[in-house]
Design a protein around this ligand. Sequence first.
Ligand code: SF4
Length: 438
Amino acid sequence: MSEKKKYWLENYGCQMNKAEASAIELELQEEGWLPADNENDADLAIINTCTVRKTAENRIWGRIGHYKHLKKTKEIKLAVIGCMAENWKDQLKKDAPAVDIIAGTKGQKLLIRKLTGDYTGQEDFLEDNRYSFHSDHGSKDSINALVPIMHGCNNFCSYCIVPYVRGREVSRDSEEILKEIRKLAESGVQDVTLLGQNVNSYHDVVNGIDFASLLRMITSETDIPRIRFLSSHPKDLNDDIIEVMATEKNICNHLHLPVQHGSTKVLADMNRRYSKEDYLLLVEKLRSRIPQISLTTDIMVGFPGETEEDMAELEDLMNKVKFSESFTYFYNPREGTKAYNRGDSLPEELKKKRLSRIIELQRRISRDVFEKRIGTVVEVIAERVSKKSDKEILGRTERNETVLFTGSREMIGKSLQVKIKSMRGQTFFGEEVSCPGE
Ligand code: SF4
């Protein structure tokens, strides 16, 4: 009997990449392939790439160089797939002969056939422009799962490469989404995150289902206790969506709402299509309908032309909204985007300084937000045994907070009441209590 072939998959970038990588793994396994322990043990290496930031791209070029050397000592095929492969296809073809397969984010059906088939020389099939959703994205742990519901983006924020590499918005069939979620529920998944570049503009035209209706369908027709979604665009988060979040108890009191900046001038330059005031009004509306909601965000500093006054506007917004957490970064020009033509007007030193300022401010705000949770009893779904001790369990609240408490493996998957006693960094330490308020 011939030995089974092995693959090694490296994934970079966003949650969407993570979900797509899981789906590819599942399909390879269905074809009889096994996951390798490392690349030295693999017949096929796949790099699922990201092109959103330069740092990710640099790392990936480094990994391609690593495989070039590895190929001198062992037989291994290399596939470079995803956003960066799409964006840098010509350079990959020209400068990276070690890469055997190049594929973008589309044409996945053909990709799997190619990955598992025989091929010689470098092949690409970027010409297949159709995005198709996988039917199953599985989940390595059985409590959480990522479910893509749409792909691509029509917004063209001036700094962002995503609409160019992933293309225009495509929404997944609502029935298919329900089918995948029902299957996940049967396998014990309790916490599902619906994914897309801009989930709020989801629209299954054939069945006449928009995002709010999809949320209603999922809560009424499946048994998943917790539903989240990622990412939302502030301009598309309408009253109907807020109403579903407020009324359906399975929709988590947690929203990731990328603001990107607090200066209306910078927001306009970024083509975000809302002002600082619009964003603050939206937050007010959310908090009045869902008082317990926890808000997280993305913030970019150092956009061309950003002044000290703009920074003060951003700090003011952060102080007003009090995000639980912010994912912060500084501007990197991406060739092909509108902002690229503006040049990179701020020196890197200044961008780094502003970034540190924002990180420090967010640290203080997060501490204030989290300190208020100490002493309260929260509902936690136990997710896994801690890596440090098998007597400690890690769980999550619906506000997406991590809680560590004493317990046993049997608790995994159960919904428990935990009293928060203390915190370190972004982790709470608690104690399971038999009834709320104890
Ligand atoms: S909404 Fe803007 S930042 Fe987000 S993927 Fe679309 S273009 Fe990029």
